[in-house]
Structures are given as C-alpha cells and as structure tokens.
Design a protein around this ligand. Structure first.
Ligand SMILES: [Mg+2]
Length: 428
C-alpha cells in the first residue's frame, strides 16, 4: 500500500461568537484545524491528522505542509513505519526550512499535523487505536521510532527502555482488559474568561451534577474580578472539589508573584502559565518566592528541549503536554519519559479542535507504559466535539477508552463542507 497524495484543508469554526476559548490574551478565538489527509492507493485507508490554531495563520500551517509531502509520496506505509524517525529528522531539521524554526513556530505546528496523520495511517493499517499500537510495540522498536536528539543529557535511550520495560511488567496478560479504563478529567469549559457570572454558575452546577470534581477557570485581565470569580466558584464547588486557574501568560514575573499571593487563599491546585511560556528562569523565580504553590505549563512549550529544561530546572510541577504543538508521537513520548524519570505528573492540554481526541491516547500510553507518578488527570473541554466522527467520550468525569483504529480526529464531511475557510458555505 503506497502514499499517492497529501491534501491539506484550512478548517475554521466560528467559536468567537460564543466567547468559547476566551482567556486573558486570546479574546476572539475561532477554533481552527490545519487538517491533513494522506491518501493511499487503497481507497479504504487514509491517514488523518491536524494541528490546532485559533484562526488567522491557519493557512500558513497548511502551506508549510506542502513542503513535507515529497518525503512520503510514493512510499509504502510499512517503509514509512520503519523509517519514521528518519523522516521526522529530515523534516524537522530540513537544511533550508529549519531557518524558519528550528523546531518551533509555524513549521513545527505543521510537522505536528503531518506526523499526527502519519501515525493515524500506520495505526489504521494495523487496525488498532494508537494507544494500543504503541503499547503492543516491542520496546526497542518503539525507542528507535522516537527522537532523542539534544535530550540525551537528561534521559538516555537505555534509561527510556528501562522505564518502559519496568512498566510493562504490570500490564495484564490480556491487554484487552485495559479497554474499559476511565481516565479522570477536569473541565475548563465552565470558566472561559468571557463568560458572565450567571453563565459560569449554571455550567458549574451542571458539571457538578454530572460527577465532575476538578474545575479550571480563566483569569488574568483584572485581579479584582479574578478574586471575585475564584470566590464564587469555590463557594459553588465546596472545599472537597479542586480548583485550578489559568492566566495564559499575561503577567510578568513580579505581577505573577503579587497576584498569586492574592489568590492562594482559595486553595488553588495549580496556577497555569502565569508568565511568558519561554521563561524557564521566571517560572522558577515565582516558585522560589511562593514555595507552597504549584505551577503548570506546557501548551506553548514548543519542543522537547524546552520541556527538558523546564523539568530539570524544576520550573514546573505539572507537565501539560500538547498533542499539536510539539511534533507528534516522535517527540511527545520522549517528553513523557523525561517527566517519568523526574517524577513529574503529566496533565495534557486539551480542548480546542481535536485535542481531547488526541490526548485520550497519550493518557493511556503514559499510564500503562511510561509514568512513574501515580497522579492521573487530563483536561477536557467539549468545544467542537460535534464536528468529529468519533469524538472523545466522557463518563463519570473521565475519558472513556477509544477503541476505533487510528488517532481519532476524522472530521465529519458535512462540517468540512461548511467550515472550509476557502470554500465552505459558512465563510463564502
Ligand atoms: Mg491553558
């Protein structure tokens, strides 16, 4: 079975109309997907992948992917599977394209979409959901599909293999026993910054009724309003449920320290992205100034080398891996392995378009063959789930294990037809 073409589409959903996704710095998000389809000479099998953006610039990711096609067109799926690390290196270290990164920004988001589609294709070829395909791989075969460049000072391939092999000892004899796993989730969807108090209260009550125990709200534009919202939601959820806040990078280091000191009486489980997402030293300064608080970050950490530094420097307490910011499984699993070695809990970033569908696989890979930390939690926000053929399913406040072959982000044809930014009925 060979690759015959790669098609990209610029899909944009008009979520800004409802204030969905609004936070301190992103005030008018139109949740979007750079949507990749890898066509094969067998019509029944295609690879689907995406990266998530919030509107303008989504076309730039689509355009970048045009430069990657030559590395897979004409190749057999099994050859791509065997050489996926080599192809990953050729694309992320391309001698001309790397000037646009390297391994960050638009080209890296595009690489995420492209490799997400390749992994989807491989898993469909073997008729397995991605999490199961990865767990079933021989450890050394898996390690050789991953990129360890520039992180081997933090974790060697041998250490990585040992972590996986030790975890695999705990797997049940029949792996099908894992199919009924429910992975715990928290919701962000009740507390977007643009929501009124009334809307937030109604949503929080509804989530409580459905068994949710972890809530995150957006803060950061006005500390007086932040205090008011924290007080309100803490009263609604009681002391037994958990509250997290996310200020989406808006404060400088000193403002972060001052504002966190004003909020900590609300028993906040973590403060997400208080300051610039590249400021490894700044995060550490905040932690040093208020040692009793926990910081979370990761959705804008743009590659594995940055994650290495954040984790080794103890600048974060919760690692929020993003399935579409760094370049797919080749780079995500090495970060999960570093987190495991340094005993840092991983709470993947989700919401957006397709992120919940992706992270449900990453949670299970991490839980079953990687993490040495016992804490389990993942973000969930159901934005745009209605557009997916097989959306992530939530039951009792947790993710239901996906069993369909692939990596789960096929968008309905009707949604593509309507929301394609170039030709869709909605935009034209
Ligand atoms: Mg966030």
């Amino acid at each position: 079975m060979k690759i015959i073409d790669v098609i990209t589409k610029d899909i944009r959903f008009p979520t800004s109309k409802e204030d969905t996704g609004t936070d301190a710095v992103h005030v008018d998000c139109d949740y979007s997907a750079t949507y990749v389809t890898i066509l094969t000479d067998n019509k029944s099998i295609s690879g689907i992948g995406l990266t998530f953006t919030i509107g303008k610039g989504n076309d730039l990711c689509c355009r970048s992917i045009d430069y990657f096609k030559e590395f897979i067109i004409g190749k057999k799926i099994t050859d791509i599977e065997d050489n996926i690390n080599l192809i990953w290196n050729k694309i992320t270290n391309h001698s001309q394209l790397r000037w646009l990164g390297p391994q960050k920004g638009t080209t890296h988001l595009a690489a995420a979409a492209f490799f997400n589609a390749i992994w989807d294709l491989i898993c469909k070829y073997y008729k397995k959901p991605l999490w199961r395909y990865i767990i079933d791989l021989d450890t050394n075969v898996l390690i050789n599909k991953l990129s360890f460049t520039f992180i081997e000072d933090a974790i060697t391939k041998e250490e990585a293999a040992n972590i996986i092999n030790n975890k695999k000892k705990n797997l049940p004899k029949n792996i099908d026993d894992l199919n009924s796993t429910i992975f715990p989730a928290y919701t962000t969807a009740a507390g977007w910054l643009g929501y009124s108090d009334d809307k937030m209260q109604t949503l929080v009550k509804d989530y409580l009724d459905h068994g949710w125990k972890y809530f995150k709200i957006k803060i950061g534009q006005d500390i007086k309003r932040d205090i008011h919202r924290c007080k309100l939601i803490r009263r609604l959820i009681g002391n037994e449920n958990k509250l997290m806040v996310d200020s989406n990078q808006i404060w400088n280091v000193q403002e972060s320290i001052e504002n966190i000191n004003k909020l900590k009486k609300f028993d906040i489980m973590f403060y997400e992205e208080p300051t610039n997402p590249d400021d490894i030293i700044g995060f550490k300064k905040i932690k040093n100034a208020i040692p009793e608080i926990k910081l979370a970050t990761g959705e804008m950490i743009h590659n594995k080398v940055m994650f290495k530094q954040f984790i080794e420097n103890q600048s974060l307490d919760y690692c929020q891996i993003d399935s579409c910011r760094i370049a797919s499984i080749n780079e995500i699993i090495p970060v999960l392995l570093i987190a495991s070695k340094f005993n840092i809990p991983v709470i993947p970033h989700a919401g957006g378009v397709g992120l919940c569908e992706y992270v449900q696989h990453l949670n299970l890979i991490n839980k079953f063959i990687i993490t040495n930390n016992s804490f389990e939690l993942c973000e969930y926000a159901e934005s745009c789930s209605e557009h997916f053929v097989n959306p992530a399913i939530i039951k009792d406040g947790g993710y239901v294990t996906p069993l369909e072959p692939g990596y789960s982000v096929r968008i309905k044809e009707s949604s593509i037809k309507k929301y394609d930014f170039k030709s869709g009925d909605f935009w034209t």
